[in-house]
Design a protein around this ligand. Structure first.
Ligand SMILES: NC(=O)c1ccc[n+]([C@@H]2O[C@H](COP(=O)([O-])OP(=O)(O)OC[C@H]3O[C@@H](n4cnc5c(N)ncnc54)[C@H](OP(=O)(O)O)[C@@H]3O)[C@@H](O)[C@H]2O)c1
Length: 322
């Protein structure tokens, strides 16, 4: 298995195009799942403090290092700054907490999880903080502008806590604004991307700026339907989509591999999550083969602009994607 890499700006670090998603893995299973993923061949781990399992991700990585499966320098670790920690002093504190939980000396890529500053929740009160203040149902915004948060992210690079910085869930307007003042340009943008939500013009524009793009939720409704989200349950699963199934049959592949390969054909990284070792293996087996242009075009026709990871959809009064 050859892992393909993408070069990140401005560090020049090589990031595997395919990685492993760490969200929605129950903490008690996480260390073993991560260990298995390393054994199977994954070298990038997409985690975050708000996934409620960052310590266990670190345990799995350390188990694999101690057993001689990999060295630290072969692993690419992503973590994410949660919304309640955008203020300068909280950015540093949050990053240090992730480093401590992971048991690492540096994070390869640190992303702002959402472009939403929420009122701080001290770690001793609740960690991970979640969206709302303890005991409340609605989010409370905090007065922290993005340029303040980004400057604090830049200082993490200056001080060697993280090697690269980027963001997730940012729209084009905010990216344009940030590019007008940043000292260190973002290395990567991670957004929801799958055949039902392709955001083609945005992806191409971001890549043209020299910023790498990673897709999250490459299987579209799958993880959200599993989590009970109504409109994810009512849409046709990508694994059952006739276009995807027909292409899968043509290449003697499974539908999941077709969804992932379609992303890689756009030079967009992927971070599929699976707790099953056999699906981990098949999801990783998407390199070293190509899809014909006509099949890419057929998948391009499936776009519905259908977003699943939207705080508004989840019932919060927070229209960040409108
Ligand atoms: N930045 C953000 O805001 C954000 C948001 C969402 C996700 N993410 C990142 O993206 C990662 C992946 O996204 P996601 O968690 O939404 O899930 P996903 O990878 O799109 O889908 C995972 C779901 O599909 C199942 N599955 C995995 N491989 C399969 C296959 N080959 N065939 C059939 N079913 C398969 C999994 O079940 P099993 O486990 O049983 O296999 C799970 O239910 C996350 O773990 C996280 O790292 C980031």
């Amino acid at each position: 298995m050859t892992i393909e890499y993408i070069s990140l700006n401005p560090s020049g670090d090589k990031m595997p195009l395919i990685g492993f998603g760490c969200a929605k893995i129950p903490p008690e299973q996480t260390a073993e799942v991560i260990y298995n993923a390393i054994k199977v061949g994954y070298r990038l781990f997409d985690g975050g403090s708000n996934y409620y399992n960052e310590k266990q991700v670190g345990d799995g990585i350390r188990m694999a290092i101690n057993d001689g499966l990999v060295e630290r320098k072969e692993i690419f670790v992503i973590s994410k700054l949660w919304c309640t920690n955008h203020a300068k002093e909280h950015v540093r504190q949050a990053c240090q907490r992730s480093l401590d939980d992971l048991g690492l000396e540096y994070i390869d890529l640190y992303l702002i999880h959402f472009p939403v500053a929420l009122e701080h929740v001290p770690m001793h009160v609740r960690y991970p903080a979640g969206w709302t203040q303890p005991g409340e149902k609605q989010v409370r915004r905090a007065r922290v502008p993005m340029h303040v948060c980004w400057a604090a992210m830049e200082s993490l690079v200056d001080d060697g806590l993280v090697r690269n910085i980027g963001m997730s869930n940012f729209n084009a307007q905010l990216m344009m604004d940030l590019l007008s003042y940043c000292r260190i340009e973002p290395a990567l943008l991670q957004v929801e991307l799958h055949p039902y939500l392709q955001q083609d013009a945005y992806v191409k524009w971001i890549q043209k700026q020299g910023i790498a793009v990673t897709a999250y939720s490459s299987f579209g409704p799958a993880s959200f339907a599993a989590g009970g989200l109504k409109h994810a349950k009512s849409v046709e699963s990508l694994f059952d989509n006739p276009v995807i199934k027909e292409i899968a049959a043509k290449y003697n592949r499974d539908p999941g591999q077709i969804a992932l390969r379609w992303s890689l054909e756009r030079n967009v990284g992927v971070v599929p999550k699976s707790t099953s070792v056999s699906r981990m293996k098949s999801n990783l087996d998407v390199l070293n083969w190509k899809m014909d242009e006509e099949d890419i075009q057929a998948i391009n026709q499936l776009d519905m602009g259908l977003r699943f990871n939207d705080p508004v959809i989840k019932g919060w009064d927070l229209p960040i994607f409108l």
